[in-house]
Design a protein around this ligand. Structure first.
Ligand SMILES: NC(=O)c1ccc[n+]([C@@H]2O[C@H](COP(=O)([O-])OP(=O)(O)OC[C@H]3O[C@@H](n4cnc5c(N)ncnc54)[C@H](OP(=O)(O)O)[C@@H]3O)[C@@H](O)[C@H]2O)c1
Length: 305
């Protein structure tokens, strides 16, 4: 099987580069190899490579900056997934795409299931929802995996921000009224690979998820707030400087983009359909810090950072 991966330098994409090769030949692309803002680049790459599966791990993920750059966010998150999906459909390929808990408004207090009505509060969420709809409208065989609060020991995310702030700030103010579930990018990549292995089949040159395509939720178990997550990170002993973590309300933080106060994802459909559940966030956070922090520190030392 030939797989085209986008966003291979991102949090999830980097992990997919390590898990997908067990399924077939992977062509991993970054923005410089295939810019998702460029229709011709997408078309040419796909028609030349003729992949059987496209895994789109690229995205415009700067939630606050998207408020200032809605057209670019729309192009990468809303328009490009539709183009990828149309190209996939035209050659009989299937597509896997990632979306977000931020498609929901957070007005409820029980986990959101895939069929619950989206109502995004910010530009990022609206563009991600547009991308989902464009893929569905394309008629391509697809899996849309919504995940949440992704972290890793690379790129940019809440975990790394906390570790950086801890080194020079004795007091950190962290939002305590948004509830969600932190999810380690490695678990997302592993689960994605298992789901593909379990469900993707070929018949007469057409690749499909055997009637199981659709929208699914893929996030760790449990739930927390950003403030409780910060405290958990510092309690794990990964940093010698342990700042005081002061809980604040969302409006005290003053982010450019509104965020859902509650965006925990109900992943039971994923479990029922593919037999896959991710560990509780506390277990996987501990595992990520144990496995990857020494590597991340080593890389920084080697790079002179
Ligand atoms: N991060 C989260 O908390 C979160 C939560 C829920 C869902 N998701 C979704 O999961 C997916 C992956 O997220 P992530 O956290 O792994 O993102 P990430 O670390 O920000 O990586 C995104 C990747 O997309 C690439 N990209 C951006 N614009 C591009 C363009 N025009 N052409 C080609 N590549 C481009 C980026 O390349 P550059 O490095 O060159 O910019 C980057 O490598 C996204 O669809 C995101 O919406 C993320």
């Amino acid at each position: 099987m030939k797989i085209l991966l986008t966003g291979s330098d991102g949090q999830i994409g980097w992990e997919l580069c390590r898990t997908l090769p067990c399924l077939g030949e992977v062509t991993a692309t970054t923005r410089s190899q295939m810019d998702l803002a460029d229709r011709d680049a997408i078309g040419t790459t796909i028609r030349t490579l003729k992949p059987n599966l496209i895994v789109n791990a690229a995205g415009y993920t700067a939630v606050d900056r998207a408020e200032e750059e809605p057209a670019i966010a729309e192009q990468i998150n809303g328009w490009a997934p539709g183009v990828l999906a149309e190209e996939a459909r035209n050659i009989g390929a299937a597509i896997v795409h990632y979306s977000t808990d931020y498609v929901f408004d957070g007005a409820r207090r029980i986990p959101y299931a895939p069929h619950d009505e989206p109502n995004p509060l910010n530009v990022y969420g609206r563009t991600k929802l547009a991308g989902e709809r464009a893929i569905i409208a394309s008629g391509a065989d697809h899996l849309i995996l919504r995940t949440s609060w992704v972290y890793s020991l690379r790129h940019s995310n809440f975990l790394l921000t906390m570790l950086r702030l801890a080194s020079d700030q004795p007091v950190i103010r962290v939002v305590d009224d948004q509830h969600g579930c932190p999810t380690w990018s490695r678990l997302i990549a592993r689960a994605t690979t298992e789901i593909i292995a379990e469900s993707l089949t070929e018949e007469g040159g057409h690749w499909s998820f055997e009637g199981r395509g659709g929208v699914y939720h893929l996030a760790s178990g449990g739930e927390t707030t950003w403030c409780a997550l910060a405290r958990r990170i510092f309690a794990s002993g990964v940093t010698e400087c342990i700042p005081e973590v002061v809980p604040i309300a969302t409006d005290q933080y003053g982010a450019a983009a509104a965020r859902p106060p509650y965006s925990v994802l109900d992943c039971r459909l994923t479990e029922r359909t593919f037999g896959i559940t991710l560990d509780d966030w506390k277990i996987s956070l501990a595992q990520a810090l144990q496995e990857d922090l020494p590597l991340a520190i080593g890389a920084n030392v080697r790079d002179g950072r």
